[in-house]
Design a protein around this ligand. Structure first.
Ligand SMILES: Nc1ncnc2c1ncn2[C@@H]1O[C@H](COP(=O)(O)OP(=O)(O)OP(=O)(O)O)[C@@H](O)[C@H]1O
Ligand SMILES: [Mg+2]
Length: 487
């Protein structure tokens, strides 16, 4: 129990005896009750009409002040460690107060009594009380003070403070403040529920967009795998047939040369040149056929590379991390978008040799690269479009950059580009998921994505990933930096 009983009042609940009141006193009491009731209804309405606890707490506090007749006070919540009041808002009621509201508000003095007793307390001679020593210098004078706790499940989780009532606080005020404290506690619980609901909704939205993109990539992967499989067989036999044809051609060539030499030795021909050969341009046909076979084999080799990359891209073990060469991932991703790039931009790759491997889900990193490359292509709206892809390693990370000389991104929308469903592209062209998914995937790998851009100049996206030579553990919160202008 507090030591200063003579000035401290704990609200115990009271009923004013109206039996001996005059008619005038009764009318006044009724009017007062009416005001109290209306303010309480207003306060209760705030719980439903306001979307945040801060908003409803402000209305509840204002209505409570109106009902009690105070002008200054605050609403605060108990800090997580239970040692301090965390101020939600402070109303000085027009009085001068030079104290910084951001200063800590330890739970002590009269406040502590409200916290520990779970009930309203008031003091009508605060400046003469023992607690005045806790007031920092510059604090406005507090003639009287009342605290009403916000109690949730029997525990005080916050407090509503009021001061400088014109006249003394009394038990009726404490009764009213208790009701408002209860309303504030309901508002707080409500706010927490709404927050939890909002968080659950955000999580759901995040999962949904993730699954959507995964599905999109899975169908591309499936398609790619199907195409790769279908193409693989015919190109294998075309390749071996062409190689056989080359060998046959060599044999035919040797045979013809031998025939000519024999005819020449037999005196049938004057030289190893034959008029029949000249007429049919046999030498040209032989040389040209060799070139045709070698060019076709080159084409087959290129097709095989595309098929190999398609297979890598569509691999089913997408969730299993492996030590991957980032340059290979870039090659794979480029195969997928090669056609899109070809008609709109030139491509330069400056890839570092001997990159340390990155422990990653290859398919996911390739997915990020495809997203970045497609964004770069889509940004190019002029001739001389150019995309540069680079890789480099330092002691702990690998940096991949994708730079384009496209439209650039306006400063106003730069902070929004990682938002799910944010797109500036026309309907049907972009879902606005590419960067948000990329951000998610890179963050899951302990890396981060940084974007710098200048309107009219272009955009550079830098992906940083920890490599396997790194011993440091990554922080899952490392993630997104969006800056404006080139670094
Ligand atoms: N390289 C870039 N140059 C210019 N703007 C870009 C670039 N990359 C991203 N943006 C902007 O960021 C927005 C969001 O990109 P994001 O990849 O998330 O979605 P999207 O490309 O619109 O659609 P999709 O889901 O098909 O990828 C784009 O609509 C575009 O306005
Ligand atoms: Mg995109």
């Amino acid at each position: 129990m507090p030591s200063s009983d003579h000035i401290l009042h704990f609200y115990q609940g009271s009923n004013t005896d109206l039996k001996s009141a005059t008619t005038e006193e009764l009318i006044l009491a009724l009017q007062r009750k009416d005001l109290e009731l209306r303010t309480i209804i207003h306060g209760a309405g705030a719980i439903l009409s306001k979307t945040s606890f801060a908003e409803s707490a402000r209305t509840i506090f204002d209505e409570c002040c109106k009902a009690i007749g105070t002008t200054s006070g605050y609403v605060a919540l108990l800090s997580e460690d239970g040692s301090e009041n965390e101020l939600l808002f402070l109303e000085d009621g027009g009085a001068e107060c030079a104290v910084n509201p951001d200063l800590p508000m330890p739970i002590r003095g009269l406040r502590a009594d409200a916290y520990h007793g779970n009930c309203a307390v008031y003091c009508n001679d605060f400046m003469g009380s023992e607690w005045v020593k806790y007031m920092p210098s510059g604090h406005m004078d507090l003639r009287n003070v009342m605290f009403s706790p916000l109690v949730i499940e029997g525990k005080t989780v916050g407090i509503m403070g009021m001061a400088n009532k014109n006249g003394d606080f009394n038990d009726r005020d404490a009764e009213i403040a208790t009701v408002f404290g209860e309303l504030a506690a309901i508002a707080l619980q409500n706010g927490r529920l709404i927050d939890a609901q909002q968080q659950a909704y955000e999580r759901l939205k995040k999962n949904q967009k993730f699954m959507l993109q995964q599905e999109k990539m899975a169908s591309i992967g499936q398609l790619a795998a199907g195409v790769a499989h279908e193409i693989n067989n015919p190109i294998s036999f075309v390749k071996s047939n062409l190689q056989a044809l080359g060998k046959h051609l060599d044999k035919i060539h040797n045979y013809i040369t031998e025939q000519r030499r024999a005819l020449h030795e037999a005196g049938v021909l004057n030289s190893t040149d034959s008029p029949v050969c000249d007429e049919t341009k046999l030498d040209f046909l032989l040389t040209d056929s060799r070139e045709i076979i070698s060019e076709s084999l080159e084409g087959i080799e290129r097709t095989s590379t595309i098929v190999r990359n398609l297979k890598t891209f569509s691999r089913a073990d997408q969730g299993i991390p492996e030590a991957a060469d980032i340059n290979d991932c870039i090659a794979s991703a480029l195969t997928i978008v090669a056609n899109e790039i070809k008609y709109r931009a030139t491509l330069t790759c400056t890839l570092a040799d001997n990159l340390p491997p990155v422990n990653c889900c290859r398919q996911q990193i390739e997915q990020v690269l495809v997203n970045l490359l497609i964004n770069a292509v889509h940004a190019i709206d002029k001739e001389n479009g150019h995309i540069l892809v680079t890789t480099q390693a330092d002691g702990s990370t690998i940096k991949i950059t994708v730079t384009d000389n496209g439209t650039g991104i306006q400063a106003a929308i730069l902070p929004r580009i990682f938002e799910p469903f944010f797109t500036t592209k026309e309907v049907g062209k972009g879902t606005g998921l590419g960067l948000s998914i990329s951000y998610e995937l890179i963050q899951n790998h302990g890396g981060h994505i940084q974007v710098t851009s200048e309107v009219g100049q272009g955009t550079q996206v830098t992906v940083t990933l920890p490599h396997t030579a790194t011993n440091t553990t990554h922080s899952p919160s490392s993630g997104l930096f969006v800056t404006n202008g080139h670094e």
